[in-house]
Design a protein around this ligand. Structure first.
Ligand SMILES: [Zn+2]
Length: 374
């Protein structure tokens, strides 16, 4: 489903790959080192210092006034599909979000609907989604989270592992991948210029490899889990999903000059040209560098909360968390105290600013339906 961003609402490769081999600290470091060494000149700054301050000018966020910037023009929604659009990239000094799509990029059906969804049958499987955003902008397409990718669908055991497959029971339907849905909208994969994953768990990062040319924005703490994993990180993150060497753009809240307050939360503008419309909102706890992603939609904001919470009732005045989901949430948390504190802040945000900010998490099918029901 699609929403036009100027407040009008409308309805909206694979190649051969290796089987998963156990990740080692050395190989994970090598993967990212190699990735950094192959970055474009504008990103070389990144490779000199593994975790630098990334300013927009350095980080590769697109200079829309630079006609040589191929990432700006290639497959740009303003230039390709909507060729009669007045939003010509070379005429604008700032970027603009033209349209927002809410996509499900992966359905999961773990056991027991009642325990996980909080309604229905004890015997029927639950249903969870991977709620992603696709932004059509004057800078090209931007994905917020990318769910499972085509390579996950083609090689589930190698990419996702047996344990996850048995517990989460993803349907792995190729038509749910961001790649498929973007192509169905008439765009080439190369039209995706930026990806902002809320974090790098396998159900949020699997689609990265379908867009190897896109810049991937993460907090420093999130990427460190891949570059310098501890034992828990080694078990949690799937190194095979990063073997294509993503073009990481690393952001650090403490050092960022693009930092700005947002409804009392810290926030970072990852792309200068969209600084008024697109923000990283650190929500640490589920992982070490987990973020929410705020997207302006007309006079309101959307806040993609990733896995900062799992069930819509958690941000209501009277939370009624299904017990199975509650157990899972605690099981997979990295830092308990900040996670719980951030959840409380999100509850307050929903309570006091619900008319200005629309919150949703990654996996709640009822929340997704709010945006996609016609
Ligand atoms: Zn998740």
């Amino acid at each position: 489903m699609t929403e036009n961003n100027n407040s009008e609402t409308s309805n909206a490769k694979p190649s051969s790959f290796k089987a998963h081999t156990p990740i080692s600290r050395r190989s994970a470091t090598a993967i990212v080192k190699t990735s950094l060494s192959t970055m474009s000149p504008s990103q070389t700054t990144v490779s000199k210092s593994v975790m630098p301050i990334i300013r927009d000018r350095d980080s590769g966020s697109t200079d829309i006034n630079n006609p040589d910037d191929q990432s700006t023009n290639k497959g740009n929604p303003g230039n390709s599909k909507h060729s009669n659009s007045t939003h010509s990239v070379n005429q604008r000094k700032t970027g603009q979000i033209l349209r927002i799509h809410h996509l499900n990029c992966g359905t999961m059906c773990p056991a027991c609907q009642k325990l996980i969804n909080g309604y229905g049958s004890w015997k029927k499987p639950a249903r969870l989604v991977c709620h992603c955003l696709l932004l059509e902008t004057t800078l090209g397409l931007i994905l917020v989270d990318c769910g499972f990718g085509s390579r996950d669908v083609q090689n589930p055991r190698g990419r996702l592992g047996d344990t996850f497959l048995k517990l989460a029971r993803p349907t792995l339907d190729i038509s749910e991948t961001a790649l498929y849905q973007i192509q169905a909208l008439g765009y080439a994969p190369e039209a995706v210029s930026h990806i902002i994953p809320t974090h790098l768990d396998l159900d949020h990062a699997g689609g990265l490899s379908d867009f190897p040319h896109a810049k991937v924005h993460v907090l420093e703490a999130e990427l460190l889990q891949i570059v310098q994993p501890d034992m828990r990180d080694l078990l949690r993150f799937r190194s095979v999903q990063f073997e294509h060497q993503p073009q990481w753009v690393v952001h650090s809240l403490s050092q960022s000059q693009a930092q700005q307050p947002w409804f009392g939360f810290d926030a970072i503008a990852p792309i200068t040209a969209l600084a008024n419309d697109l923000l990283l909102v650190p929500l640490i706890g589920h992982t070490k560098g987990h973020v929410g992603v705020a997207v302006r939609q007309g006079k309101k904001w959307l806040l993609h909360c990733g896995d900062a919470y799992f069930h819509h009732s958690q941000i209501s005045a009277q939370p009624r968390m299904p017990p199975g989901l509650k157990f899972f949430e605690k099981l997979v948390q990295t830092y308990a105290k900040p996670r719980i504190a951030n959840l409380a802040r999100l509850q307050q945000l929903a309570l006091h600013h619900g008319d200005e900010v629309s919150l949703f998490c990654a996996h709640d099918p009822q929340e997704l339906m709010r945006y996609t029901a016609s």
